[in-house]
Design a protein. Structure first.
Length: 162
């Protein structure tokens, strides 16, 4: 009975040694200085995530523009998972003021990017800093004229006596 236990222990140790021999070495989760420098750019970050060389990532990104143009020229919608979709929209003929004169602006096609919900959430995160702040629209019916100094801005109360 003791010989059977010894052989079982020896077999178990041999199996463990065999597993350890074929196991890959443990890799550290910490980034090296070179990887940190690489992760500073978008191409480097994609390269680290996908285990593809940075040169190949640059080639793919450079090829993305012409491919998107070709599909948009056909009127197709380009969906980029995790980012959003590019599509062609039509802006019809409309009337507008140019130089103070009414004109008819001819219709044109335009490219619209519709962001994915995850992308909008990332843009509204607490740490997100906008590159530009768009000022609010203020309607001024007479932009070249100043307010009159003769008439007050608010209506005067009736002071008529009988």
């Amino acid at each position: 009975m003791r010989k059977l236990n010894k052989w079982a222990v020896v077999g178990l140790l041999a199996a463990a040694a065999g597993l350890l021999a074929f196991a890959s070495p443990a890799l550290s989760e910490k980034l090296t200085a070179k990887e940190k420098q690489k992760a500073a750019t978008i191409t480097g970050r994609i390269s680290l995530k996908t285990k593809v060389s940075e040169e190949d990532v640059v080639k793919v990104i450079e090829a993305l523009g012409p491919a998107v143009r070709e599909h948009l020229a056909k009127g197709e919608v380009i969906d980029l998972p995790g980012l959003g979709a590019f599509r062609v929209v039509r802006i019809p003929d409309h009337r507008d003021l140019i130089g103070g004169r009414p004109v008819v602006v001819p219709g044109v096609n335009s490219v619209e990017f519709v962001p994915d919900g995850v992308l909008v959430d990332a843009a509204n995160a607490a740490a997100a800093v906008p590159q530009e702040t768009v000022p609010p629209f203020v309607y001024n019916p007479l932009p070249d004229q100043t307010k009159s100094l003769r008439a007050p801005d608010e209506r005067m109360p009736n002071v008529r006596t009988r």
